[in-house]
Design a protein around this ligand. Sequence first.
Ligand code: NAP
Length: 283
Amino acid sequence: MKQIQLNNGISIPQLGYGVFQIDDLEQCEQGVRDALQTGYRLIDTAACYGNEVAVGHAITKSDVPREDIFISSKVWIQDTGYEKTMASFQKTLDNLQTDYLDLYLIHMPYGDYYGSWRAMEELYQSGKIRAIGVCNFLPDRLTDLIQSFDVVPAVNQIELHPFSQRRDLRNLMNKYRITSMAWAPFAEGQNHLFTHPILKKIGDQYDKTPAQVTLRWLRQNDIVAIPKSVHLERIHQNFSVDDFKLSDSDMTKINELDTGHPLILDVATYKEAYRLHHITFVQ
Ligand code: NAP
């Protein structure tokens, strides 16, 4: 599996397995187990997904050593602030049955994320977290965080797929060597991604599906991707993107699919965030 070096020198697998919206804990545990058996070594969860315990079970029961697995989790809005983030982090460790995290992220750019970042810097310096980062930070808040603290985020996890390519944000992130981590790499199926005629035509040249073409496009842009599926066949399919390479002309055609705006979550509108996570925003 291709690795990407973060701005603090540690490596992250370029392709991982996401567990958002796998609310059935047995199904989540099975999904992580299938992913690990397939070869995935990056698992992305979050406190607000309610399934960290299932992820922890799958990891502790697996034959893969803990140090070979890159685990990322996130602190949710209600737990922003120094004290609450410290407590939420410990709960995440307990849920996952581990004594360190590979990557810990601020989930949303809302609430007291300054306090959270202070806590995360401390946890990072003490070795409890190997890298810290953010999600859904747009240029203004990202710049503010970078200017106000010592540690530059290693990662910004953002909605990123062929229909929302975030070029301006990625250009800014490149300046600080902040790695892009694509959530909803398939746009959760919106815009008919899985049957999209252009992605399908490109894929037909290589006997690959639109999903695989999308993941390969992310790979060739050095973007970490964390597709989610509860189906074994798709978990395998999504992992099978090493054996072909998109041509420059294919890459250009996919670049032209950008709509210039996100399809799933506009972080400027709080209401979308509530709807997405079924959790009330508490001040
Ligand atoms: P996604 O990965 O773009 O899409 C998941 C959907 O695609 C599921 O409905 C899945 O169905 C289907 N699917 C997967 N592989 C497929 C294939 N090969 N062919 C056809 N359908 C396929 O969306 P996501 O789950 O929202 O995003 C991925 C991960 O990003 C999440 O799991 C989570 O870890 C992370 N995330 C982070 C944030 C954030 O704010 N930081 C927000 C959202 C998500 P089945 O499961 O039925 O196969």
